[in-house]
Design a protein around this ligand. Structure first.
Ligand code: SIN
Length: 278
């Protein structure tokens, strides 16, 4: 177990997730503290901070301590600042961004390594976020299934979540590109990914972006992929985070899935998010 000297680290479930204490992320943090935060992310896959005050400039500055800011290709709707994504849920919305299990933006050639989500406004209850550990999901598979998946690639696309055919904008306040010039982004990735920092194997498919196994049709791939989609979010692989204004979730997008629970029907939930380039 890693020893932390500058931060406190309190796990919130047996599978993943830890609350970090003793740090104000809006401050200029020294390299040793950033190093411990990065280590906590690798150890716990998603880390949480409470009671933070993170104006846009400080949110970006904190993000840059972990890598370049990733520009989301589908959320650029005339907003001047392309580095920040706002996820807004308002009364009347019948859908929220991220309400199915997914890793972010996996249709990119190099998907982002992580995301830092900061709560501006949250409902009194509801609107929690779930996370799932994809190392555990891989390790719980039989030797036979691991052997079958090792070496296979899956094709990922954003065709279900952006563009005019996706029809998501009518249902929610967080809008994505749906103009006629929009084109899907499509790339293949290994189904079993070796994490570049920990060297551990994890599952890297999700039901939002993954379309089919490379070299197979969607129909041929479906039995295997549907099995994996059900398996990879088993309760014992998950944790659940309850938000308050000023909370932050920082997840490793390479080894986790997440899901925004859509259970707060007449409340406002307003989040500010950066992503870190892979
Ligand atoms: C996301 O999918 O990135 C958003 C998660 C959330 O709003 O809880």
């Amino acid at each position: 177990m890693t020893k932390y000297e500058r931060i406190s680290v309190a796990p919130i479930s047996g599978a993943l997730g830890a609350e970090i204490g003793g740090v104000d992320v809006a401050e200029e943090l020294d390299d040793a503290t950033i190093g411990e935060i990065r280590q906590a992310l690798l150890d716990h896959l998603v880390i949480f901070f409470r009671g933070q005050n993170l104006p846009v400039a400080r949110h970006k500055a904190f993000t840059r301590r972990f890598g370049d800011i990733f520009i989301h290709p589908n959320y650029q709707l005339g907003q001047e600042d392309k580095e920040m994504v706002y996820l807004l849920r308002q009364p009347g919305d019948t859908s929220v961004a991220g309400e199915k299990w997914h890793a972010d933006t996996t249709m990119m050639e190099t998907p982002p390594m992580g995301a830092i989500l900061y709560a501006l406004e949250t409902p009194a209850h509801g609107g929690d976020t779930l996370f799932a550990n994809q190392y555990l999901a891989y390790e719980a598979l039989s030797d036979g299934m691991q052997g079958l998946l090792d070496g296979l690639n899956a094709v990922h696309s954003d065709i279900r979540v952006a563009g005019p055919q996706s029809d998501v904008n009518a249902k929610r306040s967080s809008k994505v590109r749906d103009d006629a010039n929009w084109q899907p982004t499509v790339h293949a990735h290994p189904i079993v990914r070796v994490h570049p920092e920990t060297g551990r194997k994890c599952l890297f498919v999700n039901s939002v972006y993954t379309m089919h196994i490379e070299g197979m049709t969607e129909a041929e791939s479906a039995p295997i992929l549907n099995f994996l989609y059900n398996h990879q979010c088993r309760p014992e692989f998950t944790c659940r985070f309850r938000w308050q204004p000023g909370s932050i979730a920082f997840w490793d997008n390479r080894s986790t899935l997440h899901l925004a629970i859509h259970d707060n029907f007449d409340c406002v939930r307003h989040m500010q998010r950066t992503q870190i380039a892979g």
